[in-house]
Unconditional design. Structure first.
Length: 370
């Protein structure tokens, strides 16, 4: 019997309490960010029915990630009612921070919610984050972060880098050190979803950016950088002769994303809300009709696109020397870069966010080794 490609129990579940976002970032991939589709409590109750069983089993931890849209536009009362059915899990919430005030900070503390903030760096690098009227959102985001700091609430940060310029890497890193975040995740802007005009990054320039960022981090390693951690952990595992962390040699985390209406998209949250003539709406099912734990049993039989995606992963395995680190790429990048196909191999995302990352951090290590 073949090994399942997806793990039967996820490490995390993504919940979409609303599709609405009060900002209008230029690179946003979400299709319904200007519409307020709210998740009913019945959807959260259906998801919690499975999550509560998983967390009760041997003390397993499942993270429940609230991600929109902008989750705070759902309001504190609605979020509280959606979180209430979950018994033993870790709630985290990803926000653009512009709506955070003292009342929200009290809500985070009282409900033990981990907070992640989306901000792209100094004002000039954060210019793509704007209001609906096209005004810069940087000042309002910083005000929200100040509230978090005033209340002593730790937070991580995710930054979208639209121009990976090596000369900007130092000031970029120093901004987040001064901001006070605990962990920084760096996403190079991608072509996916509604963002059909993402810039085509030069892989050589991207490699130099990752090297410069690693240089800046090494000079003052105050905060963790998610991408550098991935390379370091990969290298450590390789030197120890053990299976490197990631997705190359073990089942993928199914990472179910639960849309506002209960539809479940596996592996790739970026596919939620989109439709295709071959794959319908990319969902594996709906938690209002089928329990989440049942949807994760033999998901290929329920998910039209997964088989084609696995063929693409296997093609990467047989042709790409970086496969052990990368694990085969992401469905959304394949789909949106390869004209609706899931079985393509190399993507621009691969070259700049995976290959260039590994090469860039390796170049940094060589400089210090030599």
């Amino acid at each position: 019997m073949s090994t399942p490609r997806l793990a039967p129990v996820p490490k995390a579940v993504v919940m979409q309490p609303t599709t609405l976002c009060q900002l209008d970032c230029r690179y946003c991939y979400l299709p319904f960010r200007k519409v307020n589709h709210l998740m009913p409590v019945s959807v959260a109750e259906a998801v919690a029915a499975s999550v509560n069983v998983w967390t009760a089993d041997r003390g397993r931890t499942v993270e429940v990630i609230w991600h929109g849209g902008e989750p705070l536009t759902a309001g504190r009362e609605r979020l509280a009612s959606l979180m209430a059915p979950f018994e033993e899990c870790k709630h985290t919430l990803q926000t653009n921070a512009a709506l955070i005030d003292d009342e929200w900070c009290t809500f985070f503390v009282e409900n033990d919610i981990g907070v992640g903030v989306s901000i792209d760096g100094p004002a000039e690098m954060n210019a793509n984050r704007t209001s609906r009227a096209g005004r810069p959102a940087h000042a309002s985001i910083l005000r929200g972060i100040t509230r978090l700091r005033d209340h002593g609430i730790p937070f991580s940060a995710i930054a979208v880098v639209s121009d990976p310029c090596p000369d900007d890497a130092y000031s970029f890193y120093r901004f987040f050190v001064d901001l006070g975040c605990t962990v920084l995740g760096v996403n190079l802007e991608e072509q996916e979803g509604s963002n059909t005009e993402a810039p085509h990054h030069d892989p050589v320039r991207a490699t130099a950016f990752w090297t410069a960022l690693a240089d800046a981090w090494r000079a003052d390693p105050v905060i963790r950088i998610r991408e550098i951690d991935r390379v370091v952990n990969f290298a450590a595992a390789a030197f120890q002769g053990i299976t490197p962390p990631g997705t190359a040699q073990r089942p993928w985390d199914p990472l179910p994303t639960i849309a506002h209406d209960g539809g479940v998209v596996l592996v790739s949250p970026e596919l939620a809300g989109f439709t295709d003539s071959r794959f319908a709406d990319f969902t594996t099912g709906n938690v209002l009709h089928t329990p989440l734990h049942d949807l994760l049993v033999n998901p290929e039989a329920r998910t039209s696109w997964l088989g084609e995606f696995w063929r693409g992963v296997d093609a990467c395995r047989s042709t790409c020397s970086y496969f052990t680190f990368c694990g085969g790429g992401h469905p959304a990048n394949r789909y949106f870069e390869h004209s609706g196909r899931m079985d393509g191999t190399l993507t621009r995302y691969c070259t700049t966010a995976k290959i260039a990352l590994l090469e860039g951090v390796t170049r940094h290590v060589r400089k210090y080794r030599d």
